[in-house]
Design a protein around this ligand. Structure first.
Ligand code: PLP
Length: 825
């Protein structure tokens, strides 16, 4: 065996030379995997076969660091951090692994010597899209950073057979198609048929007195499904640590219980088997909301129950004392989706291991911590008591008992305040009684965190203000970050090479070192190289747009990019109103000199979110008219980029000049797309929302285009009432733009298509206050135009953005979690 040495090489597209020995060894490994793993010969191998062979060769190298890491955690009895998330939006793995292992150049060379083009081979990887958007991508960035900074971090999630759908555009409309990402096999995973746990649903609870005279409960007559583990190694940068992501797949118990087949009812048994396996069949594609779906509820419990069994069995291998659990185990709940952990851990400790209730509660709270991702009321999970009692009867009892004790404590401290009791109760009373998962997560955790300073402040002053008073200090802020390995080194090799040439390679794992770039803002050679890199990245995107969409865009125009899930609160419609105003100005004044712009919008809409899908159609309708109007010339293009996913993001982020982060203040918890673009040299046009506020603190307000109402002003409008119709009447350009859209200028085939959409902004009351921010937004866009027209000034600002984004490395985020929540560094 080659040993660990080879995996420790200095890495990156920017790194120097790979050794001849490494290249030879990799060639041998790839050839051998092509034959023995893929079962092909070089003469008949397709690019996909070469991809699979290369991936297996790389996986071998990853695995060499994996066993020592996991053994080391046992040997040192490290505190383990379990990151439980319904979503891991990983994207492709090959390039990222090569960079983290320092094998990028070596594998490129090896493939070249085998007659294969690296880019072509790498393009065959199907991305692991086991997430919707920001929340799932955050989970993936945190895993990378945990392995990089040396936290014993384990991800737990679901191995969906079908991840995020593929988005096609047909006649301008979004059409979803399932992505069977496992069809050609997943070279990065290790199936663990031996790691399998039962998960129960339904049944009933019996109460009895045990031999000691204690009251006991047991959950009986439940149906069983098995959760089988698939492990994905997660290499940190530099290859020092390789952590594990364990994804659960549902398997029927019947498969493991031959007697059902032997009993003769073969067909019935197989049918049943299929039904239980639907649990891990598909990711729910609605970002933020999934109301009342029984399958979703079961998915959540499925991965919680399997993970808790696994976590506790690992703990019991080296410990017998349950009191030690919080010293050895941290469980981070990524949103409330895994909040059932609180009830499940109580159930296992009390019912199965016979711990006293109060002891079990201490232990549970000592282990758990909860990350909140949204303040939007429609996105806060609740489950009907009825569903809860049918599917998890014992857990409902536990929730009731926890609630009883919690409310007793509150009543004792605030006698007579029944309003307070109603507000903080785990149960929302009413005709349709519901369990509030966020409240369960809060009382079951020792720390609760928001994901940006403004978001945490609003958590404390709005949705969790009662909890903030009851347990001051429990709610803390840990601002999100993104991994610079994927979002700079892998996605922007040109810029990365320039940075490394200028300041060395320490920034890969210490992003604050980017500050050294400030010394180069007046260096003409550096500035010229920086500009040329942005232009090259823009040319790449222009080529992609021409190939995929047949639209010619001018790579020297200002690339104005808004890529993210389509949501009313993110206000893609505000962006479109600006496009329409620009277009109307050109039409009104054909000789108008206007900074050429390419507006790029991309993102998926939840399949049932009609307004979001209509917004996609509107982008395409407007782009059809604008892009084909000879009057416009090169001044304006609008492009809808289909199927926005991690791979598209990696291509687009480095090419953005202007990053659109224009959510209504107080609605975007953090945002991470804002970070990815700014660290790749885009200037942000944005509201005082989420992490924009902290990006502004770092890069300076003079290096961004901030506009619009503050969260406080938004709140005041909501209380005092806001007259959208009056605002529209008062703004000629705005009313003209709304009229154009609303009366079918862009949809002559169906003039009323956008009537209802436009009505939400006027008679509908404009909940997200687009009309209130419109004038300031357009003014900010004009500032952006003027600045872009002065390339030296723009470039200086862009460089300063890159130089000052160090805070937004997920390494910093993870270090804060480790010190402030997990006690694991
Ligand atoms: C970063 C990222 C997101 C999150 O973007 P926001 O602008 O923060 O909403 C969503 N999807 C993908 C594919 C991403 O890479």
């Amino acid at each position: 065996m080659a040993g660990g040495k080879k995996t420790m090489n200095k890495a990156g597209p920017a790194a120097a030379h790979s050794s001849h020995e490494d290249v030879e060894e990799l060639k041998t490994a790839i050839r051998s995997h092509l034959i023995y793993t893929v079962g092909k010969e070089a003469v008949s191998a397709t690019a996909r076969d070469w991809f699979l062979a290369a991936a297996h060769a790389v996986r071998d190298r990853v695995t060499q660091g994996w066993m020592p890491t996991l053994n080391g955690y046992y040997r040192e009895d490290s505190k383990r951090v379990y990151y439980l998330s319904m979503e891991f939006l990983i994207g492709r793995t090959l390039v990222n692994s090569l960079i983290n292992l320092g094998l990028y150049d070596a594998v490129r060379e090896a493939l070249a010597e085998l007659g294969q083009d690296f880019e072509e081979v790498a393009a065959w990887e199907v991305e692991a899209a086991l997430g919707n958007g920001g929340l799932g991508r955050l989970a993936a960035c945190l895993l990378d950073s945990m392995a990089t900074i040396g936290v014993a971090g384990f991800g737990y999630g679901i191995r969906y057979d079908y991840g995020m759908f593929t988005q096609h555009i047909e006649h301008g409309w979004q059409v979803e198609s399932p992505e069977n990402w496992l069809r050609y096999g997943n070279p990065w995973e290790f199936p663990r048929p031996g790691v399998i746990f039962p998960v129960r649903f339904g049944g009933r609870v019996i109460h009895f007195r045990d031999s000691r005279g204690f009251n006991c409960s047991q959950w009986v007559d439940a149906e069983e499904v098995m959760a089988m583990a698939y492990d994905v190694p997660v290499p940190g940068f530099g290859g020092k640590k390789v952590n594990n992501l364990r994804l659960w797949s549902a398997k029927s118990t019947r498969e493991f219980d031959l007697k059902y087949f032997n009993a003769g009812n073969y067909i019935e048994a197989v049918r049943d088997k299929n039904e239980s396996e639907t649990l891990s069949k598909v990711l729910y594609p609605s970002d933020m909301t999934e109301r009342g779906k029984e399958l979703r509820f079961k998915q959540e419990y499925f991965f919680v129950a399997a993970s808790i069994q696994d976590i506790l069995s690992r703990f019991r291998k080296s410990h017998s004392d349950w009191e030690k659990l919080p010293d050895k185990v941290a469980i981070q709940l990524n949103d409330t989706h895994p909040a059932m952990v609180v009830a499940e851990l109580m159930r296992v400790l009390v019912d199965e291991h016979e711990l006293a209730w109060d002891r079990a509660w201490e232990i549970t709270r000592g282990c758990c911590a909860y990350t909140n991702h949204t303040l939007l009321p429609e996105a806060l999970e609740t489950w009907s008591v009825d569903l809860f009692s049918r599917v998890l009867p014992r857990h409902l009892e536990i929730v009731y008992q926890l609630n009883h004790e919690f409310l007793q404590g509150v009543r004792y401290r605030h006698p007579g305040d029944t309003e307070l009791l109603n507000r903080v109760s785990l149960i929302a009373e009413g005709a349709d009684r519901r369990v509030r998962m966020a409240h369960l997560a809060v009382i079951g955790s020792h720390k609760v965190n928001g994901v940006a300073a403004i978001h945490t402040g609003l958590m404390k002053s709005t949705i969790f203000s009662d909890f903030e008073h009851l347990s001051p200090g429990k709610i803390i802020n840990l601002t999100n970050g993104v991994t610079p390995r994927r979002w700079m080194l892998a996605s922007n090799p040109r810029l990365s090479a320039l940075i490394t040439q200028s300041i060395g390679d320490g920034w890969y794992t210490d992003l604050d070192q980017l500050r050294k770039l400030e010394a180069f803002v007046d260096d003409p050679a550096f500035c010229a190289a920086f500009v040329e890199i942005k232009n090259a990245n823009k040319r790449d995107v222009a080529v992609m747009i021409a190939q995929r969409l047949g639209i010619e865009v001018d790579p020297t125009s200002l690339f104005d990019v808004q890529v993210k899930r389509i949501h009313e609160y993110k206000r893609q419609l505000l962006n479109l109103l600006h496009v329409v105003v620009r277009y109307a100005r050109i039409r009104a004044n054909p000789l108008l000199e206007s900074q050429p712009r390419t507006v790029i919008i991309g993102g998926k809409a939840a399949p049932g979110y009609h307004l979001a899908k209509l917004i996609i159609k509107l982008v395409n309708d407007i782009s059809e008219v604008v892009n084909n109007d000879p009057l416009v010339g090169r001044r304006l293009r609008l492009v809808f980029l289909p199927n926005y996913n991690v791979s598209t993001a990696e291509l687009v982020m480095p090419a953005a000049d202007l990053s659109e982060q224009i959510s209504t203040a107080g609605t975007e918890a953090s945002g991470t797309g804002n970070m990815k673009m700014a660290m790749n040299g885009a200037l942000t046009i944005g509201t005082w929302d989420g992490a924009n506020v902290e990006i502004c603190e770092e890069v300076g307000e003079e290096n961004m285009f901030l506009f619009g109402l503050t969260a406080q002003e938004v709140a005041r409008h909501r209380v005092d009432g806001y007259d959208a119709c009056a605002a529209v009447r008062a703004d000629k350009e705005l009313s003209a733009a709304l009229d154009m859209i609303g009366t079918g200028f862009f949809s002559p085939d169906e003039p009323d298509r956008y009537r209802a959409l436009i009505d939400t902004l006027t008679v509908g009351g404009d909940h997200y206050l687009l009309t209130a921010d419109f004038a300031q937004y357009v003014a900010a866009q004009e500032r952006a135009d003027r600045t872009f027209a002065d390339p030296e000034t723009w470039t200086r600002k862009a460089i300063l953005n890159v130089a000052r984004m160090g805070k937004f490395s997920s390494d910093r985020t993870v270090a804060e979690y480790a010190r402030q929540i997990w006690q694991a560094l």
